[in-house]
Design a protein. Structure first.
Length: 256
């Protein structure tokens, strides 16, 4: 049975941890789904996988293409797709068009938008009212990299209160869950306790209702990764060694 947004909320109530990772193509999505991942995010972090330096350049068309590929590889996990930079900030109409395209063309079940400021909260409330499930995202919001950098957010009392208030406002707007990125663990714990919808942490400590990481970081495919990531294997070394072995055998006429 496919996982639903309502199940995630029930799992929070039951104390069941939510497992989330990112995917960008059919093969990776199929592996994650078969391994039991609950939520697969087609994240704009895919921009870095595709060779961009930040998440900003990736387009809606690229997100649609890769989300369709991911959808074909998934039978069970809930699929959420990021709205890329400048495809939802201009107006509610723009956000509705972008989010609608994602659900209509890819088969994903939800979208994710960054930010909890008043205009974004209003946009999200209207999307939810229109029947589009939305995941929120506060703390470090990578689409704001040129404004806030990639530093941990919420370290001062004022910043922590702002993030808490944003999370509460997003819940009131109707999000089914919220990503908490790169904030202190005690703040993530407070936010998690205050909300009835699940929090999914990334660099936010152990107290969230679930955890998400970028899969290329977990697998050791990334050239560099954030300090809070745990690398579970080093596929860069494995793949490089396999290709080097293949190269030698072909050149020495040992293969085929």
């Amino acid at each position: 049975m496919a996982i639903t947004t309502q199940q995630l909320i029930q799992w929070k109530q039951q104390g069941r941890s939510i497992v989330a990772l990112t995917a960008w193509d059919y093969a990776i999505a199929q592996l994650l789904d078969a391994a039991g991942v609950d939520l697969i995010l087609v994240g704009d972090s895919m921009a870095v996988v595709l060779g961009y330096e930040t998440t900003l350049p990736i387009t809606l068309e690229e997100m649609l293409f890769h989300a369709k590929s991911v959808r074909r590889g998934v039978k069970r996990a809930l699929i959420v797709v990021d709205l890329p930079f400048l495809t939802y900030q201009e107006s509610f109409q723009q956000a509705m068009h972008s989010a609608g395209l994602i659900l209509k063309e890819t088969g994903a079940q939800a979208v994710k938008l960054e930010g909890g400021y008043p205009a974004m909260v209003e946009t999200i409330a209207r999307l939810v009212q229109a029947g589009i499930p939305v995941m929120g995202h506060v703390g470090l919001t990578p689409q704001s990299v040129h404004q806030i950098g990639l530093r941990q957010q919420g370290k001062s009392q004022e910043a922590a209160e702002r993030i808490l208030n944003e999370a509460i406002a997003l819940e009131q707007a109707g999000v089914f869950s919220i990503v908490l990125e790169h904030i202190p663990a005690d703040l993530a714990n407070l936010v998690t306790q205050k909300l009835s919808v699940p929090t999914i942490g990334i660099g936010a400590g152990p107290h969230c209702d679930g955890q998400i990481l970028v899969t290329s970081d977990v697998l050791g495919l990334s050239e560099k990764h954030p300090p809070f990531v745990k690398v579970y294997t080093n596929l860069r070394e494995t793949i490089t060694k396999a290709v080097q072995d293949y190269t030698v055998e072909v050149r020495e006429r040992k293969f085929p």
